[in-house]
Design a protein around this ligand. Sequence first.
Ligand SMILES: [Fe+2]
Length: 355
Amino acid sequence: MTFAGASDRDIRARAINDWRPGTFALRDAWFAVAHLPQVGEAPIRRMIHSQPCYLWRENGEVRAAEFPPSQLSARRAEATAFTGGAGTYPVELAYGFVWIWYGDPRNASIELIPNVPFLPRNRVAPDYLRGSYYYGATHELISENALDLTHINFIHRAAAGFDKSASDDVRVVSTSESITMIREVKQLAVPDFQRRLAAVTADHQDLYQITHIFLRSSSSLLYSRFEPGDASMPLFQGIVPESRGRTLLNYAYSPSDATPIAYSREWPRQAPVVADQDDGILWPQNPRYGEPSGATDRHTRFDAAGVEYRFRMSQLIERQRDGDFSYLPEDRPGNELSGHLGLRGTFSMPDGTPG
Ligand SMILES: [Fe+2]
């Protein structure tokens, strides 16, 4: 697919060598700014690309505005284009999160909320399956890190490291709005956490691993399917790009109904550990992208997903610079993704409260 403006070849060349994370805020996207139970009558504040967003409940309804509720009517004249001059943002509740539209309010549509096929639309995950984390880096570095599988054995060996396998193949599929990395590992020596938490007794497992990133928001769906083994627990990561130096992650796991209790209770405890390890790599890197360095990129064939990510992001940036904020109908984030993810099992969410 080619859009008007610069050619894909030009964009690809620039995407590799002139890529500067944190320099362009993509618009017209929904962000999962808070877990629904975090919002009560007292206002809380979030930021999306340095644009403030206050959240509170009024007569039970979730409201979102550029100003605290006590100042809303007095300061309405200061309201920006992000709220169409009204001061209040388009807000939706879905999958246990509060979603805020960052962009032109006239373009907000619920069909553009990312499809999360493993989370119930009207329920909130129990406490032990969800959480939040603040990274000291811009959101693009977090996406690139998720697309780089080679770091797992170095950074997360204790929690999620893999050892020998017969084969390990990665492919990348992208659209104008998403990038998907699919990894297939055959005859993997069974990881320790699969033995301990999912009671796997086989000598080997096959692994199907998928990372799907919604480009405009950086929100992502992550899933690992092990065969044999009963654990099946996809993860939604709601990314909130607060600024060039800080990104909020709101996440929720959804264990399939067949997932062993030990696994669904213990595995989520690794999430803050893994996020902390990633952040320890990312925050020292972040300031290096502040100014152009003149250094050329030195990617290898293991970085194919990261290179494709930069290309697709650069395409979107180019379009938005030209004033085109539209979505292609076939690439809408709300389109059904369950087949694409290759999910195994049914997902009815234990003890979820109505949301
Ligand atoms: Fe990581």
